[in-house]
Design a protein around this ligand. Structure first.
Ligand code: ATP
Ligand code: MG
Length: 181
């Protein structure tokens, strides 16, 4: 695999898709993984008042699979924040009105979600955006990916400009990428 390089020709480090599993093994049991997702909802940037955790079944190619859902009533994400959430080691959390954040490493969502399942889909509604992002080991294995690709599709809400509906879509090309699998 040819390495991506800086403009001075220095190889950039990369993350193989195995890292998603390796990183999840820091959770010896499922409860610390669940705690990562609860902490994220509680942190001051999201500031959720409630979180709902449920188990449901989804049908994939005729097979029922168990699916855990985590839903909160916090601030949601913009497209940039969704990219940050699906990336590694980026955390810009700070205290808000004296409430200190728990998160600091930019890793909890990745390690926690990948400990609980092989695939995570994040759906978000924030003030201006609707956003869908995917971190999926099954998908990356299926397309024999060498690096961790994170498809993201986002819609800018027209309501933000006082018109009902969706005005612009970002990342439409990501839909084709997902459909390859
Ligand atoms: N429920 C959520 N609602 C909105 N944004 C979220 C939610 N969960 C995570 N995020 C965003 O995703 C980012 C990454 O979360 P992640 O848990 O990986 O890192 P962190 O919380 O910053 O640090 P740590 O690794 O210490 O938990 C967060 O910084 C936050 O911006
Ligand atoms: Mg966290």
């Amino acid at each position: 695999m040819a390495a991506a390089k800086t403009d001075r020709g220095i190889p950039l480090s990369t993350l193989s898709i195995q890292h998603l599993h390796t990183n999840s093994t820091r959770h010896t049991g499922p409860f610390s993984a669940i705690a990562e997702l609860i902490d994220n909802a509680y942190d001051p940037d999201v500031n959720a008042k409630q979180i709902w955790i449920d188990k449901t079944q989804i049908n994939n190619k005729g097979k029922d699979i168990e699916c855990l859902t985590f839903r909160d009533d916090g601030n949601g994400l913009s497209r940039d924040l969704m990219y940050q959430m699906l990336s590694f080691g980026i955390s810009k959390k700070k205290a808000v009105n004296g409430k200190l954040p728990i998160g600091m490493y930019g890793n909890g969502f990745k390690s926690g979600s990948m400990r609980l399942g092989k695939d995570a889909i994040v759906l978000s509604k924030s003030k201006n955006d609707l956003c869908v992002g995917m971190l999926s080991q099954s998908y990356l294995e299926e397309i024999e990916a060498k690096q961790i690709a994170v498809p993201i599709i986002s819609f800018y809400k027209k309501e933000a400009a006082n018109v009902k509906g969706v005005s612009s879509v970002q990342g439409a090309e990501n839909i084709g990428y997902i459909c390859q699998a």
